[in-house]
Design a protein around this ligand. Structure first.
Ligand code: 1HN
Length: 344
């Protein structure tokens, strides 16, 4: 591959003439935007310890009342992107949100898609599109694009959850905005009960409006039981993994990011191939060692890490007796839709 000409090789008066016309020569920047063989990601393998961040989040609870924050969140920012960019990867935003007993986070809707993975505490709930979704550890709650959502807390202890949004991508697209709204009217029924039996879909006969997202809450008790059933049914299966899916379509739960629950058997080592999307690992139960090239993270319960795409990843459950349960978020739906998805 030959060396390309540099900007400095061009006479200053020529560069000035280009600039005056808002013109830029491609060749000095061509290798930077099309590096050879594989991308050069800004996303750095990074881990966030829950033990380290929890006291800082609780301190935020004392320093900043909810009315002054609207959403009281510490962003898990990847230093490779710059801390001010609020990016875990090119397309993934991560934040830890705290809601204290009695607090209210008012209703709004926005274009980025969100999910919440509940980390600790009982008694809080989020109302999404009029459906009241109680929050318990390990539950996954969707807030797909455009749906109203608000958070309340009737319990007695702090509640913390991990927010995962496609905000960096939607913001980059100049398509990110929000609308504030009044408190929602809660309607009866919950998608997780009407869709509780895989393979049996509610079939409206007198159809008025079919919801694009019929299931908004994925209780951890059910995801955990499904993982254990899969592990027992297929004792030689390497990746005991489930995809959080939209039961109406069978496709991904949301349009841009993908969400998965993974069980590592006691003592298991799982080698994941290099794939183009970046990914996030969050330990729901147990512990997991995550190896991303030279980086090794020993994740305890509630710890989170992110990995760039195009990198093989190894997950290890060091416990000889207990399974480990890991929540995964990645950019697969986006890569597939764009036609750039690869496994190497
Ligand atoms: C948001 O609306 C929530 O509703 C949390 O809880 C985090 C981060 C960026 C933009 C919107 C929420 C968010 C957010």
């Amino acid at each position: 591959m030959n060396e390309l000409g540099r900007l400095e090789d061009l006479p200053q008066d020529y560069r000035d003439a280009l600039k005056a016309q808002n013109l830029v020569p491609l060749w000095p920047s061509l290798r930077a935007v099309l590096p050879p063989g594989k991308p050069r990601p800004n996303t750095r393998a990074t881990a966030w310890s829950y033990q380290a961040l929890r006291p800082l989040l609780m301190q935020a609870g004392q320093l900043t009342p909810i009315e002054k924050a609207e959403r009281r969140v510490l962003v898990l920012a990847n230093p490779g992107h710059g801390l001010d960019k609020m990016q875990a990867s090119a397309a993934i935003y991560l934040g830890m949100q705290l809601l204290l007993p009695g607090e209210w986070a008012p209703s709004h809707r926005h274009t980025p898609n969100a999910v919440r993975m509940i980390v600790e505490g009982e008694g809080a709930y989020t109302t999404v599109d009029g459906e009241k979704c109680p929050m318990s550890r390990g539950d996954l709650i969707l807030t797909p694009t455009g749906l109203w959502h608000e958070h309340g807390h009737d319990g007695s202890e702090p509640v913390v959850w991990l927010d995962v949004l496609d905000l960096p991508l939607v913001h980059y697209m100049e398509a990110s905005y929000h609308v504030d709204g009044p408190r929602q009217t809660v309607h009866p029924g919950s998608g997780h009960r009407s869709h509780a039996h895989g393979g049996l879909l509610p079939t409206p006969v007198f159809e008025r409006s079919r919801k694009a997202y019929p299931m908004l809450r994925y209780p951890w008790v059910e995801a955990r039981a499904a993982l254990q059933a899969l592990a027992a049914d297929q004792p030689t299966l390497d990746a005991v993994q489930l995809t959080y899916s939209n039961p109406a379509t069978g496709g991904d739960a949301e349009n841009i990011l993908g969400f998965y629950a993974l069980m590592l058997r006691p003592g298991q080592t799982l080698n994941l191939p290099a794939r183009s999307p970046a990914s996030v690992f969050h330990v729901i139960e147990g512990g997991a060692q995550v190896r991303i090239e030279e980086q090794v993270f020993d994740l305890a319960e509630a710890d989170t890490c992110c990995a760039p795409g195009y990198t093989p990843i190894t997950l290890v459950n060091a416990s000889a007796s207990a399974p480990a349960f890991v929540f995964i978020a990645d950019e697969s739906p986006l890569h597939r839709k764009l036609g750039v998805y690869e496994t190497r």
